[in-house]
Each structure stands twice: as C-alpha cells, then as structure tokens.
Design a protein around this ligand. Structure first.
Ligand code: ZN
Ligand code: ZN
Ligand code: ZN
Length: 124
C-alpha cells in the first residue's frame, strides 16, 4: 500500500525538506549565538571584567552568522548573487509566517526541539 504523501508547504525553491530543516536549525542557533556574543561584550563594558568568551564550535555557525549579517544589510535580494542569501531568506520568512509550526512538516521538529529546550531551561 502506498503511503499518503504528506503535504509540504510551498517554500519557493527546490531543496529537500531535510536540508531546509537543518538550515533552519542553524539559522535559529546562529541568531541566539549572536545574541549571546553581544551580551558577553555588554558584560565586559558594564563590569570591566574579562568574560570567558566561548567560541562556538558548531560547524557552519560562523558561516551562518555571516550570512545573517549579510541578509540584514542586503537590500537587493533579487539581484544578489549569494545563493545562501535567497535560501536563508526564504527559510526565515517561512518560519516567521508559518502559523502552524506544531503541524508543519518543516517547522515541527525544530519547533518541538525549541519547546523542549525552553522547558529544560525553566527547570534548571
Ligand atoms: Zn554558534
Ligand atoms: Zn544578499
Ligand atoms: Zn512551517
């Protein structure tokens, strides 16, 4: 018997769902990672103490952070030659407008992982 093919929301470019998910995880991580880095330097300014600034060891984190920086200041995405610029933009846009993350084929695993980590953080 054939399995019913699950509906995948339109995301605008043809790469597999798995890659989109991995990229989404990376984007969300890089975003949080940047925030954390900024708060480190803020602590340094406020307390004048050297903070143990841990360098993130996640593969592609640096790259993704650079890409996020680029997206923030790229105002001509239509003519931009960076492939990642287009892809990540689409992914971020999907994540932001996706209203049914808990049932969306792309967002669901990422969304559930986030909820899980928030719960864990609250507990500790
Ligand atoms: Zn990181
Ligand atoms: Zn660009
Ligand atoms: Zn979604």
């Amino acid at each position: 018997m054939m399995e019913t093919i699950l509906e995948v929301p339109e995301i605008g470019f043809e790469i597999t769902q798995k890659i989109v998910q991995q990229q989404l995880v990376l984007i969300l991580h890089a975003h949080a990672c940047q925030k954390q880095e900024n708060s480190y330097s803020h602590d340094y300014e406020v307390h004048g103490q050297e903070q143990p600034k841990e360098k993130c060891k996640l593969p592609f984190c640096e790259e993704t952070k650079k890409c996020l920086d680029h997206i923030r200041c790229c105002f001509e995405p239509d003519t931009c030659t960076l492939t990642h610029c287009h892809h990540n933009r689409e992914i971020i846009r999907h994540w932001k407008i996706c209203m049914k993350k808990s049932s969306c084929q792309i967002c669901r695993p990422v969304y559930q992982a986030q909820i899980h980590s928030i719960k864990q953080r609250r507990r500790s």
